[in-house]
Design a protein around this ligand. Structure first.
Ligand code: AMP
Length: 195
């Protein structure tokens, strides 16, 4: 298996680039935001809890999020050749829990691709996405809070994964295909992908 974290602020292109990675490599995509939104749409208890955080631009508590992720990993692992983790981890405790959880399953995170985009561009992209998709947390007030959470709580993971020798920053502005080529170049050299 080849396990990749696609990392970046809201609106940095994680979903778009994940889809291109799936098309090329057949990886299994786990987007924690998508998992939560489907729970909200289904009106489950978990969905109600998730909505109370998401609508305020806040993070779901780590313990709950880690449980949800572990369930997804175990559900999808039998038919997977590798995971793309999109939107997880978002905190240092989540990164530590992911490491432990994968270790217990004889796995590891092989590479972390960080899509780096300036805040002004993120804001523009997210406001536009809100209009196109109707996502309720893509409004200027909630976007501002989500970007603050990203800078305060999530961006320290760049240093965490750099210290592990796993972080590759990728310039996330410009053409989608050029960004994808840079991601492919970054991961193709990894021995676990060639295996
Ligand atoms: P996303 O689609 O990844 O932008 O996630 C949308 C929202 O879901 C976030 O603003 C959080 O409220 C929640 N969420 C998604 N992933 C996580 C996570 N790993 N930890 C905590 N909250 C999360």
């Amino acid at each position: 298996m080849f396990n990749l974290v696609i990392f970046g602020a809201p609106g940095s292109g994680k979903g778009t680039q994940s889809q291109k990675l799936i098309d090329r490599y057949g990886f299994t995509h786990i987007s924690t935001g998508d998992v939560l939104r489907s729970q909200i749409a289904a009106g489950t208890e978990l969905g109600k809890i998730a909505d109370s955080y998401i609508s305020k631009g806040q993070l779901i508590p780590d313990d709950l999020m880690v449980d949800i992720l572990a369930q997804e990993v175990d559900r999808l692992r039998p038919q997977s050749n590798g995971f793309i983790f999109d939107g997880f981890p978002r905190t240092i405790p989540q990164a530590e829990a992911l490491k432990k959880m994968l270790e217990q399953r004889g796995e590891e995170v092989h590479s972390v691709i960080g899509l780096e985009v300036a805040d002004e561009e993120l804001m523009e992209r997210l406001v536009k996405r809100g209009v196109d998709s109707g996502r309720s947390d893509d409004n200027p007030e909630t976007i501002g809070r989500r970007l603050k959470v990203y800078h305060d709580t999530t961006s320290p993971l760049r240093e965490y994964y750099s210290n592990e020798g796993k972080y590759t920053p990728i310039h996330g502005s410009g053409h989608v295909d050029e960004i994808f080529t840079n991601i492919v170049n970054a991961i193709e050299s990894h021995p676990a992908l060639k295996a």
